[in-house]
Design a binder for this molecule. Sequence first.
Ligand SMILES: Cc1cc2nc3c(=O)[nH]c(=O)nc-3n(C[C@H](O)[C@H](O)[C@H](O)COP(=O)(O)OP(=O)(O)OC[C@H]3O[C@@H](n4cnc5c(N)ncnc54)[C@H](O)[C@@H]3O)c2cc1C
Length: 501
Amino acid sequence: MSESEVLIIGAGPSGLFAAAELARHGVKARLIDRDLQPHREARATSIQPGTLEILNTIGLLQPFLDTAERIHCSRMYGPGMTELGSMSHDGSGCCCEFQCSLPQYETQRILEEHLTSLGGQVERGVTATSVTTDANGPCVELAHQDGRVETVRPRFVIGAGGAHSVTRHSMSEPLTGTTYRGNFLVADIEMSAPIPRTEAGVICGPNGFLLLAPLPGGRWISFQDLEEGVTAVAADEVVTRVAARLYGKYHPANVSWFAPFRMHRRIVSRLADGHRFLIGDAAHLSSPFGGEGLNAGLHDGHDLAWKLALVLRGDAGQPLIEGYMSERRIADHHVLAVSDEVHQSVVDVAEGARAGRELHPAAVDPVTAALVRNSRAMIDVDYWGSPLIADYGPGGPVTNAPRPGQWYPDWSHFAGTTHRVLMFGDSADPASLLRFTGRWSRLAPLSRNVDVDRRRAGLATDGLILLRPDGHIGFRFPATDSDAFSALDAHLASYLIPAEQ
Ligand SMILES: Cc1cc2nc3c(=O)[nH]c(=O)nc-3n(C[C@H](O)[C@H](O)[C@H](O)COP(=O)(O)OP(=O)(O)OC[C@H]3O[C@@H](n4cnc5c(N)ncnc54)[C@H](O)[C@@H]3O)c2cc1C
């Protein structure tokens, strides 16, 4: 495999993680960024429990725990700081029942150090100026800082260039959807605040709303609304505006970065065309109230890496590439829907408080509360409906268990970079078992009578479970007989290339 079979355009969080994940799967990608230096802006600060779960399985959780503040609960406050509702991460069953909160530049620093530890690097000061395709695949023009122009022909291009991605433009893929009403201001401030540093809060009152989430070093990331027609503010205004929303009782001591911004709900219709792949903001934009945009970009990179690595090694073909499009499309649409719900609920309360309407605490039943928590935590990613998922049932009643398409809660016991077949119970047909392992032991090694609870894998009886390299369950069959092995063989052969016998 040559060094530049994969070119990643953009070393934001999505591109960095895609490069690191490819490296973990044995593929050295070329990663470029037009900026000469990493930025120092707080931007996206929440790393969700579902993402921390992924980071845990690849050994990258600790640097986030060492660097970040931990948010256990988010609360909504009305005028006079009356509590209107809350959402706790307790009970999710994740390895971390909290969000990590840290500036985006710290997340990027951790990801870049991780990439370097795997032998990768970012080439800075290199701008992709055009991406085209012909019968020989993609052709990309790169403009170097020193004026040199280079033409490269990678086999695959990953577009991770953010909202204005040159790769997306080259695919004539607009980000369709809507831009939310209103202008907003994000500011990284140092301040003592009226909420605990283990929580995030949205404080809504007659002067507007203020979202606060803790950042390391006694700082907070804050969002607030700007009045109609206001699109820019000066630094000292940030202080007065924050203070006005806190009834003059709290004042930022320092403002290290601020920027006006707008919020969007937008997505492309095609995430890939066989040679070019879009990840992160290049593919979708969700309301920052959901705190999912950066996380979704990391999930895209995590997903694309194992699929591309198998294709590049010659172990899989086109159906796996198409699987990226169908599976991340399901997940990214879900991200937009969840973020939209959060956006609408914040805006409704903020507008009500500004208009002086009476606001009442929301009554939420425990089942709904748990579903909301899991969505917000991004642990409910579900690829059900994808052609890469097959299900023959649990073989009896199982409660609170995942089904194929969902995350396997005990994946950290296995992890690694290959598929894994778990066989619960003895084989009811040793000849089928032998034939199966002969064909698949390299790409999908089988573990017998494994030391984990089969119910947590979604089986009520003995049977077979396929775990994919991303920790999602790909297949379930409630028996270990010849039918079970032929069904699993057919499923694997639908996207992987078995050993010749
Ligand atoms: C105010 C605000 C708050 C947010 N809060 C959160 C949050 O709490 N949680 C969350 O998950 N998300 C949040 N988001 C969203 C998050 O910031 C983005 O989703 C995330 O930065 C996207 O990462 P990315 O790598 O896809 O793109 P980017 O971060 O935009 O990175 C793209 C990179 O590509 C480079 N590039 C672009 N074009 C080229 C080219 N032609 N050649 C070479 N290099 C190129 C750029 O220099 C850049 O480094 C927030 C967004 C905003 C605006």
